[in-house]
Design a protein around this ligand. Structure first.
Ligand SMILES: Nc1nc(=O)c2c([nH]1)NC[C@@H]1CN(c3ccc(C(=O)N[C@@H](CCC(=O)O)C(=O)O)cc3)C=[N+]21
Length: 295
């Protein structure tokens, strides 16, 4: 048996085509969605992620505004750039690309983002609204990777309600908010949130119907850990040297042999990454719609 591939490229493409329709509608009402990015420093991976976000915007008709600061930028410079993005009218949503170079307090910078323009859903107000739940009239963006994972499972009709989800990794952008999202009313999964100090990780993974690996340790999730038929989402990504060519290549957290046991498996690259990007666009569109209709 081989797992069904959770194709992030195809699914993101479907999401983007639906967004294009909504963007056309927004523009017809005089609202032009615009995504800003703030990149500090010259980390090659961050540069390429940011470039990808601008390409995505162009594809669906979102304007994009790019702010790049040199590695030498001070925290005062970063604060000033965030202040400008908060007040820029053409920026309806924006992100501060993480990680920031050493010396900047990321949480303090995230807190300076106008929560209404927080395209990543990582401002404490929006994380707080994630904890508070889905009811009410406040617009609250969801963190992009967790939202992308849930969207992918839904579109492949993978059951979530009452299912056991084991998340490996408790980071700010994936594991921690994903646990909150999966346990919300309406999704109703049971979540085990594991991390580097978890005893007997294999046992925690073995009872999961859905496994999300978001740690950044190449091929750490082994086929023996997987309940037959489980859905496995491979989120962590590491650049490792290819044994034959010596060139850098991207490697996920999940051992490829897991495909022989799992029911569904997201490839990496080509799985959750493209969905993350699609959900960023969705957050920008939702914020613009909120501006237009109030909700
Ligand atoms: N403020 C902030 N928001 C983020 O959402 C954020 C961030 N900072 N910092 C870094 C991480 C990482 N991240 C990725 C998103 C998509 C792919 C993606 O689409 N990857 C392609 C492969 C890309 C390649 O070839 O390099 C794939 O998985 O198929 C990867 C990584 C967003 N992040």
């Amino acid at each position: 048996m081989t797992a069904i591939t959770l194709d992030g490229v195809a699914t993101a493409s479907a999401v983007k085509s639906e967004l294009t329709t909504r963007i056309t509608e927004l523009r017809a009402h005089g609202v032009v969605p615009g995504l800003g990015t703030l990149l500090v420093g010259d980390d090659p991976a961050s540069r390429s992620y940011v470039a990808g976000k601008h390409r995505d915007c162009a594809e669906v008709g979102i304007e994009s505004i790019r702010v790049d600061l040199p590695r030498s930028a001070s925290t005062a410079d970063v604060r000033a750039a965030i202040r400008d993005l908060n007040s820029a009218r053409e920026v309806t949503g924006y992100i501060v690309q993480l990680p920031l170079p050493a010396g900047h307090d990321e949480n303090a910078m995230l807190e300076l983002i106008d929560p209404d323009k927080d395209a990543d859903g990582l401002h404490p107000t929006n994380l707080g609204r994630l904890v508070l739940g889905i009811e009410g009239e406040l617009h609250s963006p969801l963190p992009c990777t967790p939202a992308g994972i849930v969207e992918m499972l839904r579109r492949y009709d993978v059951p979530i309600r009452g299912q056991h989800v084991t998340v490996i990794g408790r980071g700010l952008t994936v594991g921690r908010p994903l646990g909150l999202l999966f346990t919300r009313k309406g999704l109703d999964a049971t979540v085990t949130l594991t991390h580097s100090r978890t005893e007997d990780l294999a046992a925690e993974v073995r009872r999961a119907d859905i496994v999300v690996a978001a740690v950044g340790v190449p091929h750490m999730v082994k086929p023996e850990w997987i309940k037959p038929g489980a859905a496995v989402l491979d989120v962590g990504i590491t650049r490792v040297a290819d044994e034959e060519t010596g060139k850098g290549k991207l490697t996920g957290d999940v051992d490829p042999a897991v495909a022989e046991v799992a029911g569904h498996l997201s490839p990496n690259p080509g799985g959750v990454g493209p969905m993350t990007r699609a959900m960023l666009l969705a957050n920008v569109v939702k914020a613009a719609e909120f501006k237009l209709h109030g909700r």
